[in-house]
Design a protein. Structure first.
Length: 189
């Protein structure tokens, strides 16, 4: 119990650490997909009967979903975060957040979609391919930053590209209110 409490505190104090699970990449990817499905569907189990980690640890997709009809959907998961800012934050050299301009942010999304589109999914067939880009960069979580964005991206080799961020803070005082992660469909093939 004490270790879990320490881990929760560490996650809360780390820079852009909402989605990270104890440094375990596979668990982080599975958690991101689970959060994405929870935000997308009121009852994800009515759409997908199985969520599994990648069939081969070194190759895409990161997660394989099986829908209720038995069709497989490959999901590639990637993070958008500023490496130099994280490094400085972890070393205690900087407590400022990365400030993004919209065009810079959009260029990063386009680059990420393009680079992830180059990889072939292993262990086919897949009825669908999705890319889920996650981030909890504090400045991206501002209400005005993404809500007014006009996403007009090419989807590359993916059927859908989604952007996911942590839930907005619960300011209602109601502890039972779960706002869920924020998701944005940014491209459709």
């Amino acid at each position: 119990m004490q270790d879990d409490l320490k881990e929760m505190l560490r996650r809360q104090l780390s820079y852009a650490g909402y989605f990270h699970f104890r440094g375990d990449k596979m668990m982080t990817e599975m958690g991101v997909v689970y959060d994405w499905l929870q935000a997308r569907f009121e009852h994800p189990e009515e759409h997908y009967s199985k969520i599994e980690p990648r069939p081969n640890p070194l190759d895409p997709p990161d997660v394989v979903l099986t829908d209720i009809k038995g069709a497989r959907v490959g999901v590639e998961v990637t993070e958008l975060v500023d490496g130099p800012t994280i490094s400085a934050w972890e070393k205690g050299l900087n407590t400022d957040f990365k400030l993004y301009e919209k065009e810079e942010f959009f260029a990063l999304l386009r680059e990420r979609i393009g680079s992830k589109s180059k990889s072939e999914f292993n262990d086919p067939p897949y009825e669908g391919k999705a890319l889920v880009i996650y981030s909890d960069e504090p400045e991206l979580c501002r209400d005005d930053f993404l809500c007014s964005a006009d996403f007009d991206f090419e989807s590359g080799s993916f059927d859908e590209v989604w952007f996911i961020m942590p839930p907005k803070p619960n300011t209602t005082g109601d502890p039972t209110l779960n706002t869920g992660c924020q998701i944005y469909l940014i491209a459709r093939g």
